[in-house]
Ligand binder design. Structure first.
Ligand code: TYC
Length: 127
């Protein structure tokens, strides 16, 4: 028997005469679950010279569920450093959030822009 929970370990018989009545056997050992964490993506917000600061804070509160204090901190980081991470998500969610922000900004005639990039942090630390 071998499945996702157990793996067979084959025990081979030795060559010595003492082993004549034993021709090997099987034991089951608990297998490591083969679960992989999904690759994660950062949503990165870019600075521009035109979008009003309170619009950026509103976006960070509404799309990234930040409280007003954290949203203000992230907005000021983007403003002073050029970009900042708004959140880290699976690929689908990161793409959706970036697209929603970019559409909402365009609808409101602001050049505010988000993009996504792979998050290398924590890679290869499954199980
Ligand atoms: N730099 C903008 C201003 O001075 C504010 C701003 C902050 C714009 C963050 C975009 O992602 C941004 N009004």
């Amino acid at each position: 028997m071998s499945n996702q929970f157990f793996q067979n370990i084959q025990l081979s018989g030795g060559d010595s005469d003492d082993d004549l009545n034993w021709n090997g056997g099987t034991v089951l050992e608990r297998a490591k679950p083969k679960l992989k964490k999904p690759p994660m993506y950062k949503v990165i917000m870019l600075n521009d010279d035109y979008t009003p600061m309170d619009f950026v804070v509103e976006v960070l509160c509404n799309f990234f569920r930040l409280d007003p204090e954290s949203a203000t901190r992230v907005m000021l980081k983007v403003h002073t450093e050029g970009s900042a991470v708004c959140g880290v998500y699976t690929r689908d969610i990161a793409e959706t959030k970036a697209a929603q922000v970019n559409q909402f900004s365009q609808d409101n005639e602001h050049p505010l822009w988000c993009e996504i990039e792979p998050d290398d942090e924590g890679e290869g630390e499954d199980n």
